[in-house]
Design a protein around this ligand. Structure first.
Ligand code: AMP
Ligand code: ZN
Length: 493
């Protein structure tokens, strides 16, 4: 498998540190608002890459943080007159809802910066001991970039050139030795969250958070570090400097960066008024349409968001879902037919067993077996695209080819084994893309009534957490409850 590595500016063969295992860190959002569709891009593309690694049989330890202490969070909290932790907690919960809607799998761990302060203090102390960091008189601790000889290796910038071009960036009142020294620890300001440290009360700088969380959950050297291309400099450059200066080891072997999402060919920005949250999109579309739209481009290319392109993504996705539905309908009818003809009912009634039988060459006619074997070509194309630096655009094309093949090669005359096998092949590839083709199993009236009874019981026992949980569970399945004087009524949304 090849990955384009920002560090070497080349596509390289991916060789994990440990065979069969991948340690991957993706920089997560700063949680002061609902996430926007730009933030959704790294979530979706790197989740897809993770899913492909898992499809290939790798065990992936996938870590993605939430930055829950930051100027923007503090500002928002002050505006609302609440604690910064309340703001971050709220938007982490909202972000997780959006992730679920976009079928972004939860990370193995989602660390929070505020829970990792001890580790940050330890790393900063190591850097100070080794002469890579210094505390200024005002309590700010800076990283001494000039001492880290490889500074600039990721962004391919040279510190001397940077310094020559930016003599003016020294801000008055800052006590840095060099304008490119960056903050590891900042002293407390009134009304801001702070923690005790050897350099006084304060809070960590942004870059140190990721270095520490990556080390804690994945180790000193990891396989892949990823994020949006705006993070290459200074965020990732600074992470490398801190981590490698502290450990003396390589920090990450492969660096992957997604291109930016623009709107109507313009940079997305609040002031231009061309700014969408994921929640805005959810009002109009199933969020898997947004996901499918993102995957229609290569992750490193800039991607333009527009109403027309979303409509195109919607109809493309519908083509896939319609084919899947059609095959399932035919398979159901074929099973019914087989059962009526007195064939092995157990085999006929269970799709999974039928697929198993098909894999063993059973259940299909010879002609069907030949067609099914031909459909493997599209899976191979899909894999070849994903092996080539996660080229989801070509992988999606391979799925469309499979859909076309399915549409032209299924009919009511086919066996259930053949139909199920084709469906299964389509499901497998869509699953890598995070596109769900199965219809949610419909919940039966009797099950709804039973859950409502359990909820009433929980309320009677004052177990309101459980009662709310049942309400949410039902809401997720599209069942809306209404508490009336006469009792609870419900309807399907
Ligand atoms: P932030 O909360 O700004 O740190 O961003 C979280 C993640 O979203 C980072 O990986 C950013 O690079 C990424 N990101 C932010 N805006 C965009 C955008 N317009 N297009 C693509 N990625 C973005
Ligand atoms: Zn980061």
């Amino acid at each position: 498998m090849k990955i384009y590595n920002t560090l070497t500016r080349k596509k390289e063969e991916f060789v994990p540190l440990e065979p069969g295992k991948v340690k991957m860190y993706v920089c997560g959002p700063t949680v002061y608002n609902l996430i926007h569709i730009g933030n959704a891009r790294p979530m979706i593309v790197f989740d897809t890459f993770r899913r492909y690694l898992e499809y290939r049989g790798y065990e992936v330890n996938y870590v993605s943080n939430f930055t829950d202490v930051d100027d923007k969070i503090i500002k928002k909290a002050q505006e609302e007159g609440v604690d910064a932790s309340e703001v971050s907690r709220r938007y982490i919960a909202e972000c997780k809802k959006d992730m679920e809607g976009m079928h972004v799998k939860p990370a193995t761990v989602h660390p929070l910066a505020t829970q990792e302060i001890d580790g940050m203090i330890t790393m900063i102390a190591t850097l100070v001991d080794k002469g890579y960091a210094y505390a200024a008189a005002d309590g700010t601790v800076y990283f001494r970039t000039g001492k880290f000889a490889e500074y600039g290796k990721l962004s391919h910038k040279n510190l001397e050139d940077l310094q020559a071009g930016h003599r003016d960036i020294q801000v008055a009142g800052e006590l840095k030795e060099d304008p490119f020294d960056f903050v590891l620890w900042k002293p407390k300001k009134e009304g801001e969250p702070s923690w005790p440290s050897p350099w006084g009360e304060g809070r960590p700088g942004w870059h140190i958070e990721c270095s520490v969380m990556s080390k804690k959950y994945l180790g000193e050297t990891i396989d892949i570090h990823a994020g949006g291309e705006d993070l290459i400099f200074p965020h990732h450059e600074n992470e490398i400097a801190q981590s490698e200066a502290a450990s003396g080891k390589e920090f990450a072997r492969y660096w992957m960066h997604n291109g930016f999402l623009n709107i109507d060919n313009q940079k997305m920005s609040k002031s231009l008024g061309n700014f969408f949250t994921v929640r805005d999109i959810a009002e109009k579309y199933d969020l898997q349409v947004l996901r499918f739209f993102m995957l229609s481009a290569h992750y490193r290319s800039p991607l333009n968001f527009s109403a027309e392109l979303m409509e195109a993504a919607k109809s493309g996705l519908e083509r896939i879902l319609t084919a899947a539905e059609n095959v399932m309908r035919l398979a159901g009818a074929a099973e019914g037919q087989a059962a009526a003809n007195g064939q092995d009912k157990a085999q006929a009634a269970n799709g999974h067993d039928v697929v198993q039988a098909a894999a063993n060459g059973q259940g299909m006619t010879a002609e069907e077996a030949a067609l099914y074997a031909r459909s493997e070509e599209f899976q191979k194309k899909f894999e070849a695209a994903m092996e080539d630096d996660c080229n989801t655009a070509d992988a999606v094309s391979a799925v469309f080819e499979l859909v076309k093949f399915i549409n032209t090669n299924v009919s009511a005359q086919n066996t259930a084994a053949y139909l199920h096998s084709l469906y299964e092949r389509l499901r497998l590839l869509c699953d890598v893309l995070g596109i769900q083709i199965e219809k949610e199993a419909e919940i039966l009236d009797a099950d709804i009534e039973a859950l409502i009874a359990q909820r009433q019981e929980a309320r009677k026992n004052k177990d309101f957490a459980r009662a709310d949980q049942i309400r949410d569970e039902l809401a997720q399945k599209g069942i809306l409850l209404k508490d009336t004087r006469e009792g609870v009524t419900w309807k399907r949304a």
